[in-house]
Design a protein around this ligand. Structure first.
Ligand SMILES: Cc1cc2nc3c(=O)[nH]c(=O)nc-3n(C[C@H](O)[C@H](O)[C@H](O)COP(=O)(O)OP(=O)(O)OC[C@H]3O[C@@H](n4cnc5c(N)ncnc54)[C@H](O)[C@@H]3O)c2cc1C
Length: 588
């Protein structure tokens, strides 16, 4: 049952209601939209049952046929496994039933990605590039005709999909891409040229979602196209030799004056960059789900090892330094899991902007997985470093999660700037007389600012149960602190906040911990309400333990927005830059 906490903000009105609701953007602005995240979402019975069947089928097959270690050793695209997954219908999981897919919602898809990742991250990457990002453009922006033409083969897995945004000169700064499509009206085609780099599934895909510059009403704008491999001028480069994900295909995509038929333009011309970013919203949350799956697998293996391995006459599991690691692995993964499925539920609702939540899931879950696997390697001792054991493969495989689908640095920039932009917009409404509110934010009266941001209290969390009362109080207090810190930062830096990455990083990190804390709180509280404190013991312990560490991290980061040693960090990095490296050796 959803309990609505009415927003107390005076600036909410018809204008705000028209914008898609965003839990985190509102929180940054001092509004706790508790009804968006309480109670913790649960799939409808039918969806749960379908997912149960899909998981059962997958597990039964994977147990005997999906050997991640063997795929890693072979270092080649796992043809046989992909064929089997095709036959199991895995490549059509999220494609609507009318096109021959299973039409699973994103929550179910993410749950399955977790499961695939437990076995083999390379295989999960193949499926993720196909469904999460490669075919997503067609699904979201394709016309009925385009969908009918390609989606049935996509759903059968016969037409493997890829997403082609990155170029040699354009990675994080994706909007600077240079691939170009020039309309040739006489031939009814767009002539597309350029090189795309590091394209997952590149060597095996039949359909690429490609982003290229185009002239739209005299303006230079990015558009999106479906490019099929059979078109003349399409070729792919050599397979990259990677640190991990050895079984996945990563190649260049070369486009040499490719005549892309008019009918392959996706959506409206000139809106390609927006589409590219929207597609990644779903991609990021499913990537985070995969990272949760990998982390769970490592926890299972580490715990088993720690209980078996004896040193000093007892299992190493008993030593406090091992317990500390296991506790961190458990709480971080519980938090990441809670964030992911809260976000997929938001994604399944109409009129919700979950772009910040999805970016936070990706940052948090990828960094949690890295810590978890690192601990797993340590707990395994020497075995952790030996290829015969799984740990080093998981370590190599999970490293990329912090780099692709938007590096974690870029996502931190995105989180803060997207959130304070909404704050800037609200300030604009309040300070009607001001023409340029962000630049002149310092002159806004306190009265106006108070109207925008109202105090957040734990009473705004609905029906908090006694074992979680303290955690809820902390969450409310630091939600309030985040909005105050964001507002101060915006007042202080105005438009130049876009250059203040130390500030952006701290606010984004605090926001990540806060969203994680709220997700855990909602999950645990819902369980206590529905099943009682005894049944919810695991949730209570993990939420409280995570919460105790999280609020301290949030407090520290927010304090550092004001008091920090940023000048020293600039000086120390300048030393490296001016000396072109570390500089003089101490000895010799
Ligand atoms: C295995 C693999 C698979 C991939 N699959 C795909 C795919 O299917 N499709 C696709 O389009 N791309 C894909 N990519 C590309 C990937 O998304 C990019 O590598 C990534 O976005 C980073 O771009 P870059 O490599 O050019 O690094 P750069 O953008 O050059 O960044 C280098 C470093 O600088 C940092 N940096 C850059 N700008 C800033 C800033 N403003 N503030 C702070 N730090 C900054 C980055 O965070 C990073 O640490 C894949 C890459 C790999 C390795």
């Amino acid at each position: 049952m959803g309990i609505t906490t009415p927003s107390r903000a005076t600036s909410t009105g018809a204008e705000r209601a028209a914008a898609p609701k965003s839990f985190m953007k509102s929180l940054f602005n001092g509004h706790l939209e508790a009804d968006m995240v309480f109670p913790y979402p649960r799939q409808e019975r039918e969806a749960r049952e379908t997912l149960g069947l899909v998981l059962e089928t997958f597990r039964a097959w994977a147990r005997d046929h999906l050997d991640g270690a063997a795929i890693d050793r072979r270092g080649a695209f796992p043809e046989a496994e992909v064929k089997a997954l095709r036959e199991l219908g895995m490549f059509g999981m999220t494609i609507p039933e009318e096109y021959g897919g299973a039409g699973l919602p994103i929550t179910s898809y993410c749950r399955l990605m977790e499961e695939i990742c437990r076995h083999c991250a390379a295989t999960a990457t193949i499926v993720g590039a196909h469904l999460g990002i490669g075919s997503k453009g067609l699904l979201l922006y394709g016309t009925g005709e385009q969908k009918a033409k390609w989606l049935p083969a996509v759903a059968r897995g016969e037409l493997l999909c890829a997403y082609a945004l990155t170029e040699p000169g354009s990675g994080s700064d994706a909007a600077s891409l240079t691939a170009r499509a020039v309309r040739d009206a006489a031939r009814g085609v767009w002539v597309l040229s350029g090189t795309k780099r590091y394209i997952t599934n590149g060597g095996h895909a039949g359909l690429f979602t490609v982003f290229a510059r185009t002239a739209v009403d005299g303006e230079d704008r990015i558009s999106a196209f479906v490019v099929t491999r059979d078109l003349p001028g399409v070729s792919t480069g050599k397979e990259e030799d990677k640190l991990g994900l050895k079984g996945s295909s990563t190649t260049d995509l070369n486009l040499d004056k490719v005549p892309v038929p008019d009918g392959n333009l996706l959506g409206e011309p000139g809106r390609g960059f927006k589409y590219a970013m929207e597609i990644l919203n779903d991609g990021r949350v499913s990537l985070a789900a995969g990272a949760v799956g990998g982390a769970k697998e490592m926890i299972d293996r580490s715990v088993e090892f720690a209980l078996e391995r004896r040193q000093f006459g007892r299992p190493i599991a008993e030593f406090e330094m091992i317990r500390g690691k296991v506790a961190g692995m458990m709480t971080g993964t519980y938090a990441a899991e809670s964030m992911v499925y809260l976000t997929t539920a938001l994604a399944e609702r109409d009129g919700v902007d979950y772009s910040i939540e999805s970016a936070l899931c990706k940052i948090f879950a990828s960094e949690n997985a890295w810590r978890v696997v690192n601990h797993a390697v340590q707990i395994a001792g020497g075995n952790g470093f030996i290829r015969e054991y799984p740990y080093e493969r998981y370590l190599r495989d999970c490293r990329i999660n912090m780099i692709f689908e938007g590096t974690n640095e870029i996502l931190r920039v995105f989180v803060t700037l997207a959130a304070v932009q909404r704050l800037g917009e609200e300030l604009k409404k309040v300070g009607r007389a001001l023409r340029d509110p962000i630049a002149q934010i310092g002159v806004l009266s306190d009265f106006a600012l108070r109207k925008i941001r109202q105090a957040i209290t734990d009473e705004q969390f609905p029906d908090i149960q006694p074992p979680l009362a303290k955690t809820a109080a902390r969450a409310a207090r630091y939600a309030e602190a985040l909005s105050i810190a964001a507002e101060r930062a915006l007042r202080r830096h105005g438009k130049t906040i876009v250059e203040r990455e130390f500030v952006q990083e701290r606010l984004a990190e605090a926001a990540g911990d806060l969203f994680a804390l709220v997700a855990c709180l909602s999950r645990a509280n819902t369980r206590v309400r529905e099943e009682g404190a005894e049944a919810a013991r695991r949730d209570i312990v993990l939420t409280r333990t995570f919460g105790n560490a999280a609020w301290r991290r949030i407090r520290r980061r927010l304090a550092q927005v004001e008091k920090n040693q940023d000048e020293n960090l600039i000086r120390a990095s300048d030393l490296a830059y001016s000396g072109r490296g570390f500089g003089p050796d101490l000895v010799g």
